[in-house]
Design a protein around this ligand. Sequence first.
Ligand code: R2Z
Length: 158
Amino acid sequence: GLPAPWTVRYSKSKKREYFFNPETKASQWEEPEGTDHGLLKQYLAEHPLRVRCLHILCKHSGSRRPASHRSEHITISKAEAIDELQELQKRLESGESFESLAKERSDCSSYKRGGDLGFFGKGEMQSSFEKAAFALKVGETSGIVETESGVHLIKRVQ
Ligand SMILES: N=C(N)NCCC[C@H](NC(=O)[C@@H]1CCC/C1=C/[C@H](COP(=O)(O)O)NC=O)C(N)=O
C-alpha cells in the first residue's frame, strides 16, 4: 500500500506508526503521497510494527560483554552455551515455563522479569534477533538465535 521505498515504523515516544523513507532518510506522520490506505491497513494487520518477547540469553567467551549477574567473567565456549540452550529446549518441551527457565539461566538483566523485553519495534534490537522475533507468531518460541550478545531462545508473547 505504500509507494516504494517508503516503509512504516513504530515510534516508541509517540506510541504510533510513522512513515520512513530509507533512501532519503525522511520520516513523517502522514501517509506518503500515493499510499493506498486500504492496502496499508491490510499490510499492517499482517506485519506487526512492534512485538513483545521474552528471551533466554546464554553468553559465552565470544560475547560482546561476557559478564552478567550470574558471572563477572563468562568463559564457556559458544558450543557449550548452545548445548545449555538445547537442554532448556527439552525442559520447555516437557512443560516447564519459559519465564521460570529465564529466571534460572538467562544472562540478560531481563531475567528478573522472566526474560521479558517488553515491546520493541524495528531498529531497536540486533538484526538477527529482530529478524527471528518478528518472524514468530504470538505464543511461538524460536530455535537458537545468535547475536553479538550470545545465543538466545525467544518467545513472542504479543
Ligand atoms: N530497546 C530495548 N528494549 N532495549 C535496548 C536493547 C539494545 C539491544 N540489545 C540487544 O540487541 C540484545 C539482544 C536482544 C536483547 C538484548 C539484550 C542485551 C544483551 O546483553 P548485552 O550483550 O547488551 O550485555 N542487553 C541489553 O541491551 C541492542 N541493540 O544492542
